[in-house]
Design a protein around this ligand. Structure first.
Ligand SMILES: *Cc1c(COP(=O)(O)O)cnc(C)c1O
Length: 465
């Protein structure tokens, strides 16, 4: 499988290359040159497979020759063996139409573990024996950071610099990052928003001098391998609800557009998806883009669903490229305009292409709390604020008679205050991380300037050999 950049002007890479690369050299994001297809028979054959077996089956065409089938299977077994539920991503029924897909049974209690546990192993596999070193720079609105740190702590050949917006992640989220004291892990609290942190990470990748001095790699969802790993659970859930004979809708609490883009990839591969419901909180740039073609950046409002407090959604560029006719030069021009003015209109082709599969909704604080109470009162399920935003959108979406699966992206115990406010119940941390508040923390606070951040990294990272 070959991978091309959305901006049409970067080297074509294989799976190993695209896993170790972050942003493409032209500032774009990598995508497969064409979508592999799974036939209806192949989808039917997924019935009864374990999660790890399903993962190897769905990902094999994307991995191509970079791993043997046995290696891929072994990595899937190892990554998904660390989950606390044997189904890895179990389905839970809420009523006659509504389902939850629990993606939070990994080590750090958010769906990011599903992709990052595998990505950590892929990095190690591709770096070992080559005497290469990778410097990971990431920005996190909370959950990516802890999942990446858990997956990469103590691994050889890798240094991790993780930027989070100071004071804007929950205490549980911060402690899950800052209590990992492995010497290759560096936590940085940025005095700014998530978008500030993400902009600095992008700038570091775009700084040719810096990016070559330290071989930079990405754990954000700009990394293709992450999206690939997330495609798996759409198949896993849909075949259990009757695919390929039946069409399934998914409601996805959305921030950086990675998770829901993985659903788009599943549809491109042949999974019969009735609708992908993009649920945003009041930071609604994606809802405005999908409903009115208006992709313009507003201010970021902090909410109880911090992982969705995002205005610039990196992966949206992948969708615009694919539905807009895969014209890299035109998209590069459009994105340059957006980066200069912080606003753009979608083209007609982009609007119509997206509307074929996507619908969107914006969920405010009251609606989020109502969804949390509904799940509690009608199905006995305690859900987190992100999941509640997805569920609120799922319950009012028009998808005919398709079952609707809301992706449950975080364990409620990651956001105990918001859950308690809405439902009166305070969710407890699972036993395996119950001592989180007794552990020692370590992190550095830096101003939100490119100079401060790159100087800090340059002092501590291992230069490329
Ligand atoms: C990251 C995250 C999201 C948003 O996912 P994207 O792939 O960025 O759209 C939603 N909910 C939770 C709990 C998350 O950690």
């Amino acid at each position: 499988m070959r991978y091309v950049s959305t901006r049409g002007n970067a080297p074509v890479l294989d799976f190993e290359g695209v896993t170790l690369a972050g942003l493409a050299a032209d500032g774009g994001l990598y995508l497969p040159e064409q979508w592999p297809a799974l036939s209806a028979d192949a989808i039917r054959d997924l019935r009864g497979l374990t999660y790890a077996e399903t993962a190897a089956e769905v990902m094999a065409p994307f991995v191509g020759d970079s791993l043997t089938r046995d290696e891929l299977t072994a990595l899937c077994d190892q990554a998904y063996g660390r989950f606390a539920h044997d189904a890895v991503t179990p389905l839970v029924q809420l009523d006659h139409r509504q389902w939850l897909l629990e993606l939070f049974h990994g080590p750090t209690l958010a769906f990011k573990d599903v992709a990052l546990q595998l990505l950590g192993l892929l990095f190690e596999r591709f770096l070992t024996g080559k005497n290469r070193h990778l410097t990971i720079i990431g920005a996190t609105s909370g959950d990516t950071g802890s999942a990446a740190i858990d997956a990469l702590a103590g691994r050889e050949h890798i240094d991790v610099f993780m930027l989070h917006p100071a004071g804007r992640v929950s205490d549980v989220q911060r402690r899950q990052m800052t209590t990992v004291l492995a010497p290759n892990i560096h936590n940085i609290a940025i005095q700014g928003s998530f978008d500030d942190a993400q902009a600095m990470v992008k700038a570091a990748f775009n700084d040719k001098d810096f990016a070559t001095r330290f071989r930079l790699g990405a754990v954000n969802s700009i990394n293709w391998a992450r999206l690939m790993a997330q495609v798996v659970y759409y198949f896993y859930a849909a075949v259990r609800l009757g695919a390929p004979e039946r069409r399934i809708a998914f409601a996805v609490p959305t921030g950086n557009f990675g998770d829901v883009f993985a659903g788009y990839v599943a549809a491109k591969m042949g999974l019969p998806i009735a609708k992908l419901i993009v649920a945003t909180n009041v930071n609604d740039i994606l809802h405005r883009a999908l409903s009115a073609g208006d992709y313009s950046v507003g201010g970021v409002t902090p909410t109880p669903s911090p992982s969705m407090d995002i205005q610039v959604s990196s992966n949206f560029e992948r969708l615009l490229f694919d539905v807009g006719g895969r014209d890299g030069a035109a998209l590069a021009e459009q994105m340059r305009g957006f980066e200069a003015s912080k606003a753009m209109r979608l083209t007609n082709a982009q609007t119509e292409g997206a509307a074929a599969l996507f619908t969107s909704d914006r969920v405010d604080l009251d609606e989020m709390a109502i969804a949390m109470r509904w799940a509690c009162d009608h199905a006995g399920e305690i859900i987190d604020p992100h999941t509640a935003i997805g569920l609120a959108a799922a319950r009012r979406a028009d998808v005919g008679d398709a079952p609707v699966v809301t992706l449950a992206t975080a364990h409620p115990a990651k956001f105990p205050d918001a859950v308690e406010r809405a439902t009166g119940a305070r969710p407890a941390l699972p036993g395996r991380i119950g001592d989180l508040f007794d552990r020692e923390e370590r992190y550095t606070t830096l101003p939100a300037t490119f100079e401060a951040v790159t100087a800090y990294i340059a002092e501590r990272a291992t230069p490329a050999s």
